[in-house]
Design a protein around this ligand. Sequence first.
Ligand code: AGP
Length: 613
Amino acid sequence: MCGIVGAFSRKGAVLDGMLEGLRVLEYRGYDSCGVAVVEGEKVEIRRKVGRLTELEKLLADGALAGARIGVGHTRWATHGAPSDENAHPHSDGSGRLALVHNGIIENFLELRRELQAEGRVFTSETDTEVLSHLVGRELARGLKLVDAVRAALARVHGYYAIAVMSPADGGALVCARQGPPLVVATTADAAYLGSDVLALLPHTRDVVYLEDGDVAELAPGSLVVTNLAGQPLERHARRIDWDAEQASKAGYPHFMLKEIHEQPDVLARTAFDRILSASGDVSFEHGDWSDARLRSFERLQVIACGTALHAGMVAKYLIEQLVRLPVDLDYASEFRYREPVLVPRTLALAVSQSGETADTLAALRLARELGASTASICNVMGSTVVRESDATILTHAGPEIGVASTKAFVAQVVAAFLLAVRLGRARGTIDANGGRALLDELRRLRPRMEALLAPETIERVGAIARGHVDAKGFFFLGRGVNFPIALEGALKLKEISYVHAEGYAAGEMKHGPIALISKGMPIVVVNAPGSVADKVRSNLHEVKARGGHVISIGSDAASHELADESIDVPATIEPLSAVLNVIPLQLFAYHHALARGCDIDKPRNLAKSVTVE
Ligand code: AGP
């Protein structure tokens, strides 16, 4: 939701490193940004509405270049519109502290009134400024910064990742976490913090993921972690094998296009080392995925948001078809408030790229409270969802920077396929030969994905997309395992082109939405040879008969013949057609957005990881 960085160096000059960190974190939010540093006995704050480039203009005078302690922030507004005054860092007006925050302080109004009654003056509309005044009040009472932060947080309801710095006590940097992620690290000469490990990688690969309730005091070469009561806690560093190169654009014009092209490699990284060819099975390395445990479940409950939910929908089709295990599916934001009833022996499966999505995390915690065992499909090893799951399938997609998820989605679908094989082998609905056949098909996807990423194929998709650049609305239709793909194609287009696009079950159109079809309206139909191909063709006929302009995606030749335009996809088994069919849809959205001049990697109003409700 927002990006936070902080640094404390023995040698000085933390500013450039913080700006680099904010650049890497801009995908988390970018409507305003700011930095604060300790200059002698004072705190200097520079903040600005707009992108990081605007802030850099404020810093061009070099006045803050030598500072040794600093915090920085890139914002996705929750309380208070994007403005200079609402940008972080915030202070209490004393010039003795600066604070940055990701999250929401739910009781901020009551606290704000209390503080105003004491004569404290607020200069922003944010909930964050309340935190600054709470800490400032404790500092004024003579507490050390870390004690002032703990005392302040004891008054707070909500969730937060915060970093606070002060010139007091020779300079101090403190951070705390309850909800949104926070990663810290120390080297011999410095200490660092960030919302995402990517901001720390230029300095070190050995990082500590703070846990909920942690308060950390950082100084060069020193990290002290306690709970809110001040009791010391053991936190061990993890080594991160990603490098900054993986997180860079590697020559592509946008992260999204780079990540689309990474998908064949992601398939290999997510799947190939887990395939046990001899037994037609797969193995997962985190948690108990044994036959005994997987046989003990009566039901699966998938919980996720957005694109991750679409991957969860594919998982539902795959697991019910291949394993005959009932699978329920919920938007996490619905599951957590609908007072769900779970049957005994339910496995709750959270699907999440970031592992920090607030709704998904809350739904997972609720499922556990209701007695479910928990598992996750996730892309970030140290994330909260992973740490709170009994077992995890990591997707090894590498850092996904583009806000519109692509490679992480494909990795999630591949992981769901692997899970279906593991469940089927454990529960006896897939035998060794069946498992081998399925896994062989999975391996064969790689050259088929490469074919879809050939320049001529991409150009063809781009030409079709550009042909509809002025369309006022789209439908994306599919059935079976390709219904979630139709939903995903529509979401991709919405997210980065800002045009209305509706994903719909093809069979449902005649129950109302077909009234929306107007002459020439682009209708993307996703089809694959198999159990519902002929039904989808009928639906294609229906929309075409009403003037729709049909764009056929997939490997069903008959659908292409009926359509006005088509993008052919290499054939594979129906359960795996979802992995291939989504690629032209990703490229369609990319080229359409490009033609409309939209910001591909940082679409308006969005953030990569929605760590607030
Ligand atoms: C994906 O294109 C979207 N940006 C969004 O729907 C995302 O999938 C959703 O917010 C869930 O995020 P997560 O996978 O990190 O939990």
